[in-house]
Design a protein around this ligand. Structure first.
Ligand SMILES: [Zn+2]
Length: 350
């Protein structure tokens, strides 16, 4: 395709897997359910016509917490993220060092690539998100500087393993970027987050950075957001300072898309590609391909064609227990993205 189109990552888990996660008795063993969920997700993904697919994050606990699975040096009372509808998600807190991931994203990539020849994209969590698990009061004998040093090494390893194992793209999820402006309107925390993630990206060559990307959004859980009220205008100029080539930007659900597109146009650097969100993942109504086409044509008025791609606004189910979106809806929306992007191509490249 002339206009590249890629998913973000997650797909709602099948009902029987969600039931098992919720602790329903007499569920099948998790390894059986996981295997089936991955198989079915890859099959359905191919049917959408999407040229790039994912494992749907079927076996991840969440986009943010998978590296913490199995760790014993954590307590439950960490940073809380508040969503508009009143629900919260809470991160754990580190209780002792050294910090090592309990689990790396390459595991998911390998499991998917064993089953398909299609290009598979892999999402990883940002260093900045995991930096939040270090307690404010510190850890005796394990300074914050030591923690950050370990964190950067682990995050680099997480990304590098995926590149080495043939990921089509490695996308760092950076949903806390926009949220940071809510917690610190001065932008100091955002600058700190960008700097931290660049310390990871700077460990990769220019060629490798072309396979790296960053996803941003105002959060998406139980059909609710955590930072949609933060103006993109305050966020995007800083975002494009990240040393990666690909930006996967929520856009379809923005109230004023033209305003956002103008900012992207102003700040997108020459070697960067903007994958704009043409699917609103929080809206249960499936977009028509014509709606998607029009959103692409709209974006093409502001972003040079060779720097334009399309994506979904977010993953469809970043947390494993989220049942707000139906699986069929997610795949129908992905198909609309692919078909609508093709329609726009026919208009733009004639
Ligand atoms: Zn997102």
């Amino acid at each position: 395709m002339k206009i590249p189109t890629e998913p973000i990552g997650s797909i709602p888990r099948p009902d029987e897997l969600i039931d098992a996660i919720a602790g329903k008795p007499n569920s099948k063993p998790f390894d059986v359910l996981y295997e089936k969920a991955i198989d079915d997700t890859l099959t359905e993904f191919v049917k959408t016509g999407s040229p790039v697919i994912t494992d749907g994050e079927q076996t991840k606990s969440s986009f943010a917490t998978y590296p913490l699975e199995g760790l014993t040096n954590l307590a439950s009372n960490g940073v809380t993220i508040n969503f508009e509808d009143g629900h919260t998600r809470q991160l754990p807190v580190l209780t002792s060092g050294p910090f090592r991931y309990g689990n790396y994203a390459v595991k998911y990539l390998d499991a998917a690539r064993k089953k398909t020849d299609m290009p598979v994209k892999q999402a990883v969590i940002s260093a900045s998100a995991l930096s939040l698990i270090y307690p404010q009061e510190g850890i005796p004998g394990y300074s914050q500087a030591e923690f950050i040093n370990d964190l950067l090494n682990e995050c680099e390893k997480d990304v590098r393993q995926c590149l080495e194992h043939g990921a089509y793209k490695v996308q760092m999820d950076f949903t806390e970027g926009r949220l940071s402006l809510k917690l610190d309107p001065s932008g100091g925390v955002l600058k700190h987050f960008i700097g931290l993630n660049n310390q990871v990206f700077d460990r990769f060559t220019k060629e490798e950075q072309q396979k790296l990307g960053v996803h941003v959004c105002p959060g998406g859980d139980h059909d609710s957001t955590h930072s949609a009220d933060i103006d993109y205008a305050d966020f995007l100029p800083e975002l494009f300072n990240l040393h990666v080539s690909n930006f996967y930007l929520q856009l379809a659900s923005e109230p004023d898309r033209i305003k956002v597109l103008k900012i992207i146009k102003q700040y997108l650097k020459q070697d960067q590609t903007a994958f704009v969100g043409v699917i609103d993942v929080l809206n249960p109504e499936v977009e028509t391909k014509e709606t998607v086409r029009d959103r692409v044509l709209e974006a093409a008025q502001y972003i040079p064609l060779h720097q334009l791609g399309t994506t979904d606004d977010c993953g469809f189910s970043p947390f494993c227990d989220d049942v707000s979106t139906k699986r069929e809806t997610a795949f129908a929306k992905i198909k609309a993205r692919v078909d609508g992007t093709r329609l726009a191509e026919q208009k733009l490249f004639n």
